[in-house]
Design a protein around this ligand. Structure first.
Ligand SMILES: [Zn+2]
Length: 298
């Protein structure tokens, strides 16, 4: 990489090298010396990424999870839904960008909002609310949504700012955009470095910190930051635990055994409870595992 994909600066610094993948390919991470955005290096082409997605990218699908697990997941995202509802009209229209199996779309609709989802790799069975599409070819008119949620999507995109531009076209003036990404300036990353689970080499092309995300968004778009959060019930504890014990991951188990054994599942859940105070503490220090920005289109 000669220039930063976010700010265009031409000085970058190697911060980690020798990151090996399942196919024995080697990647590095490089940080922009102006905006501190971190990129995967080299950037894999579509064919290479396709090979990895076919090999080990696993969407379980809400229909394949137990009722208990779906309940557990819904409890973890309900606080965010309450916060969103306080910011937009009753029955407001919401787009979940990169919705995966459409689970959040269902929860948003159950909460009284009118929600749709897009994802080019969607495994959702409901084709009335979830569409196989990118943010650039989403089947909606401009200024349609009161809110757009983008959870763990920006780190996968080659041109994240161009994608944000397309998202903002779909959003009404004064609409709300919620973006959540892993935080490369987290204490977890400093502790685990190349073992940190959210690095997800080579799936995650981009790694943000508060400066690179906020400054590049504010420099390019007319947005107001309403709130920043550094903690996700869904991601923060599991990222910490899986950085120590990667084999607890449902994806790893599925690859190895073809199913997810109940004792491992129980250890995974109990382990998350054990690390919970640690991840709350790092979030309190504003160095949590995730960054979630609540933004308003001005
Ligand atoms: Zn930069």
């Amino acid at each position: 990489m000669t220039t930063c994909r976010l700010c265009g600066h031409n000085k970058v610094q190697l911060i980690v090298s020798g990151l090996k993948t399942d196919f024995d390919e080697t990647y590095a991470l490089k940080r922009c010396m102006r905006c501190s955005f971190v990129t995967l290096h080299p950037l894999p082409d579509e064919d290479t990424l396709g090979k990895y997605y076919r090999h080990n990218y696993w969407q379980d699908g809400q229909g394949q999870r137990s009722k208990y697990l779906n309940f557990f997941l819904s409890m973890r995202v309900k606080p965010m839904i309450s916060e969103l509802k306080a910011l937009i009209p009753r029955n407001g229209r919401v787009l979940d960008w990169g919705t995966g199996d459409g689970f959040l779309v269902k929860l948003l609709n159950d909460s009284g909002l009118t929600a749709f989802g897009i994802d080019p790799y969607s495994s959702a069975s409901d084709d009335k609310t979830v569409f196989k599409a990118t943010i650039h070819n989403a089947p909606f008119t401009d200024n349609y949504f009161h809110a757009i949620t983008g959870f763990h999507i920006l780190e996968h995109l080659r041109q994240p700012l161009e994608s944000i531009r397309s998202a903002l076209r779909l959003l009404k003036p004064e609409g709300i955009l919620i973006i959540e990404v892993p935080n490369i300036d987290s204490l977890q990353y400093r502790l685990f470095r190349s073992r940190w689970q959210p690095l997800e080499i080579p799936f995650h092309l981009n790694h943000f910190n508060p400066n690179s995300l906020q400054n590049n968004l504010l420099d390019n778009f007319n947005l107001k930051i309403l709130k920043i959060s550094y903690f996700s019930q869904r991601v923060s504890p599991s990222a910490f635990l899986l950085s120590i014990f990667p084999f607890f991951a449902p994806k790893m188990m599925r690859l190895k055994k073809g199913f997810y054994p109940a004792p491992i599942k129980l250890c995974y859940l109990l382990g998350q409870l054990v690390v919970y105070p640690l991840v709350l503490a790092e979030a309190g220090l504003k160095h949590g595992a995730i960054l979630r920005l609540y933004l308003r289109k001005e």
